[in-house]
Design a protein around this ligand. Sequence first.
Ligand code: GDP
Ligand code: ZN
Length: 479
Amino acid sequence: RTVYALSTPLGKAGVAVVRISGPDALQAWSGMTRPATRRADPTSDRQREPTPWRMERRDIVHPTTKDKLDDGLVVFFKAPSSFTTEDVLELHIHSGRAVISSVLSALAHIPGCRPAEPGEFTRRAFEGGRLDLTQVEGLKDLINAETELQRRMALQNAGGAAKQEFDELRSDILECLVLLEAIVDFSEEFHEGDEEKLFQDSMSNSSSIIRVLTIDHLNNPRGEILRSGIRLAIFGPPNVGKSSLLNYLAKREASIVTDVPGTTRDVVELSLDLGGLPVIVADTAGLRKADDLVENIGIGRAQDTVKGSNISLCVLSLPDALVQTPEGPRIQIPPSVAPLITPSTYFLLNKMDMVKSPPDMSGGEEVGALGNRAWAVSLRTGDGMGTFLEGFTEVLRERYDFSQDQDGSTVPLITHARHRHHLQTAIDHLHAFTSFRDKYVDIAAEEVRQAAKAIGKVTGAIDNEDVLDQLFRDFCIGK
Ligand code: GDP
Ligand code: ZN
């Protein structure tokens, strides 16, 4: 069947694109377009087919009444060299509600055509073998990308970078399988020790695959974190400037500020772009020892937020935290926040305007171990905020920007929980194989076969229709 949909957002704009894909796409061309009235003689056009991949200016008409609906540009993509691998016709029309709805309702009169479901064009591209599942996911991520690094990662995967890596992985595993199958198939022709050697080779190859999978991929959460946004928790005692920091970040011109659903009164979230990295910032209730039940609940949630974050910023009030000790002035961490401090915690020493001589942040005695993880600022005057933002963005880049890696392994392989799941399954089977002690080659080979199959599921040898339905449903109509 042929399907059609508006592929651009509905609303007033210069151009709207209506896509028609399927065997009857040419019916829409002959039924709904004709040479632009001011140009050629309409009768000379009757039999002509469109020249594929060339835009033509044509009138868009109703298929039965031949009423002119709009004039626009029409382009025909001939199967199989189209996005869906089917014949595709695109009508580029004026984007106004009445124009769009007249064209869409006219299309309903073309025999064999029906409206497309969400993601149906992409699904046809998948079923036609043009895209594998990681490319479909990449395309979806590209449409949803909000920051530069999300865009780069999605574009690479839409272009098949992950597919290629997973395919290579799978063929490495299949090579291990080939060695085992050789034992089964050719053992009569073997010399003493040949079998043992093939088995050992297969095992040691499997072990190195496990190592690469674990170290390079499974233990590298950057792809998933980048895709969903780096979770940054702001915490600290009450009244130190946490909300002021959030407001400051929200007002910066360069930041994308969107409401994150599920916002509660005691944890306020905001998503923004720091140097191309997507960051979801959560402001939490002030931490202190409280007797009030409601406040304690808030503090509990604040602690959960901090524990669930990828990185955290502990805000302290510099005048409160800077204490005199026999050895001179020192920054002291209040006991209420100390338990939440981890190696991923950075410090913002606020209200610098309230101290006469701010501490030396370049590793001076007062700041001690905090030195390279702390910035002194004043959110009131803005002092130090530029340095802080620059420094903190650099910290995020070091942790999450894959394009800064020197080793050439650019795009993170795992970008979706689904990938992680199948990789883990593959590793489990390879482990089962490498810990084989008795030499039942058939059973051993089955583990390796299952490992290859798990990798295959990432790219699309899927036996679960639900996964497909879910994936394509997440697309909008017209994609
Ligand atoms: P939170 O309770 O940690 O969220 O703190 P708020 O952001 O609500 O700020 C608490 C108080 O400190 C407010 O009255 C702010 O105006 C004030 N404040 C915030 N930043 C600064 C600063 O840099 N200097 C001074 N003097 N006051 C500040
Ligand atoms: Zn606050």
